[in-house]
Design a protein around this ligand. Structure first.
Ligand code: C2E
Ligand code: CA
Ligand code: CA
Length: 648
């Protein structure tokens, strides 16, 4: 056969090759499946098919007589169809970048309409001759319909362009360049081809720009950890979002390395990280496409609800039977890793990925029992949501001055008078009502709000000392609680002294209460000691709060310049219940007095308690017997009444 082609198919052949390479690249790099990368895959496949069909059509158009009329039509119809489909897929691909689901739906609907119209006019053209036709000599001719197809394709490209401009802020430079390159490349190649139809370069150019788009947008690192090829937290959040949208029931199996700190301590952070990689790799091998690495020591396996859970747990346990080998300092260390396995069934419950993460993070196995099925998930979720809500309420209260301070008078046993009070935070929300400090303080300590809150309390107390007549009514000091978290901040002393000075309040009027903590870290203890010494020098007093309920007692008593110790109410209450506890209370008081501390006992609720404590020789008493914590005005009223009583 004498080849006398009207067109040069070489570019199409190159396009086929490029598309195949792209396809291989796409599959070799396992990626988290999203609508967007599925559309990208469709784009590559369509480009491949168009190029192949284009090559075939080159032959049919050049030698139409070798084929039946039906074949001639079909090949060219198929080409036009696949070619125009490219624009549709591309527009869908770009619109998957749009966040607003309303706009996305609008675009989906219009592309469906365009798709239907194009399909009909293309595949009926053998009857209508609207798009293309063959004359008597079987010469290929274009008709007016081609212009319509061009118009539709160009409009879609313009819409895509418009979208890219609208969302350009969310894209990085590389992405904008690659998309713009794509649009310009396609338009230029269409123009070139219009003038030099024998060069079929459109699909080749398209394949080239798809490479750019691939590297700019379809970056697997977005959803995968490079080192382990395991899905990352972003992929996890996305998966959970999808499950929610589809109302799926499913199970999350959390795999938590027990005591990861131990490995860090034992072999250093870098090697512990290596270990974490190895674990991720192994889990990923056992549970491909459903393992998510949430962080170095927590992994999640997301499975269908109806999976055989015993089998899955067995498999996880098997995965950890084999040791992990880490090459450390030129030797190989074989390490056994123990994990907690927690099954979290999500049935009929919409839960956010971040909530699940928190559950995974907080849930703990028990000693000797490392497989655990959560059956109180609703309650746990409710608690997480309440915590989040409270955190928001606190944020708002901090901004809008929503906190109030109550004062609980402290009775001075030596003078039968009230010279002091403890400032206690109160938070009332319109929706949740009264929220106790025992609930909100730990939340604030966890998320860092406590720092701002502590300063706010100090400001309010200073304002009260300055503006009210409490000082005239005999108040000598107000106790302000200081969270151990605040005491890690070295500049706290400076800050607090500044605040007190800015209100013109005497430093002696402020007494800070610090709680014992389990914190024995040298640095923290040093910082705390520094803070205290610095403030004591300036006249601020300190009390050790909740004495007897915590740890580190001896150190606290010996090391820190606290003048006063507040014995925890639980010690008093236990003493009222048992003889031994009473002996402990008695000797605790004796011990503290012997080393020269002033003693406050809190939780004094009745006369009997008061009498016992008076007999023991306690200096100060605080409790409901005298007064509950009350608002400013009530506290002033209380003081006035007490002053009158003293005058009598
Ligand atoms: P705390 O420092 O031990 O405060 C004493 C708690 O004991 C107060 O609870 C007080 O209302 C309660 N109480 C005092 N006498 C009695 C009594 O006779 N019977 C009973 N049943 N309770 C009594 P409250 O106000 O609920 O505060 C709880 C905790 O919240 C405080 O314990 C303190 O640790 C924390 N807190 C409150 N305000 C602040 C603050 O401004 N900053 C910080 N960091 N913590 C605060
Ligand atoms: Ca306190
Ligand atoms: Ca206390």
């Amino acid at each position: 056969m004498n080849l006398n082609l009207l067109y040069y198919p070489q570019y199409c052949e190159a396009a086929v090759l490029a598309s195949i390479i792209l396809l291989i690249m796409y599959y070799l790099r396992q990626n988290y499946s999203t609508v967007r990368n599925k559309l990208f895959l469709a784009l590559i496949i369509d480009n491949l098919l168009v190029s192949i069909v284009n090559i075939i059509s080159v032959y049919t158009i050049s030698y139409p007589k070798l084929f039946s009329l039906g074949t001639n039509y079909f090949i060219n119809e198929l080409y036009l169809f696949l070619y125009n489909l490219l624009a549709i897929i591309f527009l869908l691909y770009i619109s998957s970048l749009v966040k607003s689901s309303f706009y996305r739906k609008c675009i989906y609907c219009s592309t469906v309409i365009i798709f239907i119209v194009e399909t009909i006019i293309i595949f009926t053209t053998s009857y209508t001759h609207f798009v293309i036709y063959f004359d008597e000599d079987l010469n290929y001719k274009q008709a007016v319909g081609v212009t319509l197809l061009y118009v539709m394709a160009i409009s879609m490209m313009l819409v895509a362009d418009f979208i890219v401009i609208a969302i350009r802020k969310r894209l990085n430079v590389y992405q904008v360049v690659s998309i713009t390159g794509f649009l310009v490349g396609v338009i230029l190649s269409v123009i070139i081809q219009a003038f030099m139809p024998e060069f079929l370069i459109t699909n080749f150019v398209l394949s080239m720009v798809l490479f750019f788009v691939y590297s700019a947008f379809e970056n697997p690192a977005y959803f995968l950890y490079n080192e382990t090829q395991c899905y990352n937290r972003r992929a996890f959040l996305q998966t959970i979002r999808r499950k929610n949208n589809k109302n799926h029931f499913y199970k999350v199996i959390a795999v938590k390395i027990i005591d990861y700190n131990y490995y860090e301590y034992m072999m250093g952070q870098r090697n512990a990280e290596l270990l974490s990689f190895k674990i991720a790799e192994r889990l990923n091998r056992y549970f491909k496409f459903c393992t998510y690495e949430i962080n170095a020591n927590e992994f999640a396996i997301v499975v269908d609800d109806n999976i055989n859970i015993e089998e899955t747990i067995n498999e996880i346990e098997n995965a950890f039977k084999e040791k992990f080998s880490i090459a450390s300092d030129e030797r190989i260390v074989e390490i056994d890793v123990d994990v907690d396995i927690v099954v979290i069934p999500i049935v009929d419950l919409k839960i956010e990925g971040v909530e699940l993460e928190e559950i995974i993070h907080n849930v703990k196995g028990e000693v000797g029992k490392h497989v655990y099925v959560m059956d109180d998930i609703e309650m746990v979720v409710e608690k997480i949501r309440r915590t989040k809500k409270i955190s928001q309420i606190m944020d708002k209260a901090l901004k809008e001055d929503g906190f109030t301070i109550y004062y609980q008078p402290i009775y001075d046993t030596n003078n039968d008078m009230f010279h002091g009070a403890e400032a206690l935070l109160r938070l009332i929300d319109k929706e949740l009502g009264f929220i106790g400090p025992d609930e909100f303080i730990p939340i604030a300590e966890k998320n860092g709000q406590i720092v701002e809150m502590g300063e706010m309390v100090l400001r309010k107390v200073c304002e009260f000392l300055r503006d009210s007549k409490c000082l005239q009514l005999g108040v000598k000091y107000i106790d302000v609680n200081l969270s151990p978290i605040q005491c890690r901040y070295e500049k706290l002393a400076e800050k607090y002294l500044d605040i007190i000075a800015s209100y013109g309040v005497d430093t002696k009027c402020v007494n800070l209460e610090i709680t014992e903590t389990a914190e024995t870290e040298f640095f923290t203890v040093r910082v705390l000691k520094n803070i205290m010494e610095c403030m004591v020098q300036q006249g601020v007093g300190f009390s050790i709060d909740d004495y007897g309920s915590g740890f580190a007692t001896i150190d606290y008593l010996l090391e820190f310049p606290a003048e006063t110790v507040k014995i925890d109410k639980s010690i008093l209450w236990q003493a009222m219940e048992s003889e031994e506890a009473m002996i402990i209370l008695e000797y605790t008081v004796k011990l503290l007095k012997a080393i020269g501390k002033k003693i406050v006992v809190e939780g004094v609720e009745n006369e009997e308690m008061k009498q016992i404590l008076l007999d023991f020789g306690c200096d100060y008493l605080q409790g409901y017997l005298y007064s509950r914590p009350v608002p400013e005005d009530d506290f002033i009223e209380f003081l006035e009444k007490e002053n009158k009583r003293a005058e009598l």
